[in-house]
Write a protein that binds this ligand. Structure first.
Ligand SMILES: *[C@@H]1O[C@H](CO)[C@@H](O)[C@H](O)[C@H]1NC(C)=O
Ligand SMILES: *[C@@H]1O[C@H](CO)[C@@H](O)[C@H](O)[C@H]1NC(C)=O
Ligand SMILES: *[C@@H]1O[C@H](CO)[C@@H](O)[C@H](O)[C@H]1NC(C)=O
Ligand SMILES: *[C@@H]1O[C@H](CO)[C@@H](O)[C@H](O)[C@H]1NC(C)=O
Ligand SMILES: *[C@@H]1O[C@H](CO)[C@@H](O)[C@H](O)[C@H]1NC(C)=O
Ligand SMILES: *[C@@H]1O[C@H](CO)[C@@H](O)[C@H](O)[C@H]1NC(C)=O
Length: 386
């Protein structure tokens, strides 16, 4: 018995070692597609990574701008936000909600400002990065200064999006990461398709709200199936740095914190191609709460990582996908399907994919590939050692 359990233990330990040792870090050019470590076998065609952890050259907390018009017109806070890597993917917003304030729907004017999105030095004790990106929202007497960036592409069609982030600051704000599609008919609630992660700074620090919008119907009643008030894993309340992950699939949207599933909603899952949006805001209304004048709240992000599919002709909807789309369509034309399958989960280096299964040759896949890594190597070693 003792021998057997020792053997089992060795088997597991060596299995893990074998697996880590055998997965090779590669560049995205070498990946035709990506599998995630959820239970779905669907793969994604494209991978993007935005790393804000070592950007000291851009770090500067911008001084808040009191005038709402100047705030809306403000420049980007650093050249980082003018670089192609950023501007090809994300659009910093300047819109405001004066329409809904005028119509009496919400009490406070919200003005999005590029001035509220900046790179900041990480001054934590035992800091886990040099810098991070901050999205700030702050309350003036007459308005709420807010922050939002939206993906340039509106063609995301299923994805797994992750941010390593925390929310800190005063009650009365919302920070969010979500998919969004609006078919433009504002008379119909259902013209919006949206999967949300929302943190309300007035809520307990271990509660995060996840929703497939709309969360209420035309008569104003809540739709309980559309939303979850989830509890964070212990030690991962939303003020702590954690990986917040949202997987939007055809069947459900599923959310994870630090790799643990915290919610899944199969009701009202967005169907059509969408944008990805991040924001930090308040409008003084019932949902966001009403910030005290002079107070601030922040969504702080060390990195954002997405694997996704795009609809239509990827070459025209999204310039960045040209290489991947081309190599994938070449692979398909050859009748070989997805050849190089990569993972962004099993990698020791966040942001760098590892090759799960290569295309070198079908035979070597079986002899040298996953088979050895996961089963045969540890089995042989365990047998040898015992
Ligand atoms: C979500 O749907 C996928 C298929 O798209 C499935 O593999 C997965 O198990 C589902 N997750 C949950 C939590 O139901
Ligand atoms: C992504 O696109 C590929 C290629 O068209 C397809 O095989 C795969 O199932 C898609 N993944 C999802 C999650 O829809
Ligand atoms: C708010 O938006 C409206 C419509 O685009 C614009 O006319 C107005 O100047 C904006 N207000 C501020 C404070 O930026
Ligand atoms: C979630 O539940 C907590 C109580 O457990 C409550 O205080 C909080 O307001 C709820 N959040 C939402 C958005 O309903
Ligand atoms: C999936 O990968 C993430 C890292 O992206 C990890 O935190 C999590 O534990 C993994 N989950 C499973 C079930 O292996
Ligand atoms: C919101 O806060 C402002 C400023 O603190 C205050 O003047 C206003 O009465 C509050 N509104 C509500 C609805 O609580």
């Amino acid at each position: 018995m003792a021998n057997l359990s020792l053997q089992t233990l060795l088997f597991i330990v060596l299995g893990v070692l074998g697996r880590v040792a055998c997965l090779k870090e590669v560049s995205d050019r070498q990946c035709n597609c990506y599998l995630t470590n959820d239970t779905s076998k669907n793969y994604f065609t494209t991978h993007d990574f935005f790393d804000f952890r070592a950007l000291s050259q851009y770090a500067k907390v911008s001084s808040p701008i009191a005038d709402p018009y100047d705030s809306s017109d403000a420049d980007e806070t650093s050249n980082y936000f003018l670089d192609d890597h950023w501007t090809n993917a994300w659009g910093i917003q300047r819109w405001n909600n004066s329409d809904t304030v005028d119509s009496g729907d919400v009490p406070v004017l919200l003005v999005n400002s590029p001035n509220n999105i900046y790179i900041e030095n990480n001054e934590d004790e035992d800091a886990s990065s040099e810098t991070f990106l901050t999205m700030r929202t702050l309350r003036y007497k007459d308005y709420q200064s807010a922050a939002e960036f939206e993906s340039i592409s509106k063609a995301y069609h299923f994805l797994s999006v992750r941010m390593y982030a925390r929310t800190i600051g005063a009650p009365g704000a919302v920070t969010a990461m979500f998919t969004y599609r609006d078919d433009g008919d504002s008379t119909k609630l259902t013209s919006v398709q949206e999967s949300d992660l929302e943190i309300r700074t007035m809520d307990p620090k271990d509660k995060v709200q996840y929703t497939n919008q709309p969360s209420y119907n035309a008569a104003g009643y809540d739709i309980p199936q559309s939303t979850r008030n989830a509890t964070t894993p212990v030690q991962a309340d939303w003020t702590q740095w954690s990986v917040h992950r949202m997987d939007w699939s055809p069947k459900n949207t599923t959310w994870y914190i630090d790799g643990r599933q915290v919610a899944s909603i199969a009701f009202q899952v967005p169907r059509d191609p969408s944008q990805v949006i991040f924001n930090a805001w308040s409008d003084g209304g019932e949902w966001s709460g009403n910030m005290t004048i002079g107070s601030e709240a922040y969504l702080q992000i060390q990195w954002i990582e997405i694997v996704y599919n795009s609809t239509g002709d990827a070459k025209t909807t999204d310039k960045r996908n040209e290489d991947t789309a081309l190599s994938l369509s070449n692979a398909k034309r050859d009748g070989e399907g997805c050849q190089n399958i990569c993972s962004i989960d099993d990698t020791p280096t966040t942001g760098t994919p590892v090759l799960l299964q290569g295309a070198a040759s079908k035979i070597s896949d079986h002899i040298l590939g996953l088979g050895v890594a996961y089963v045969w190597l540890p089995l042989l070693l365990a047998t040898f050692l015992i």
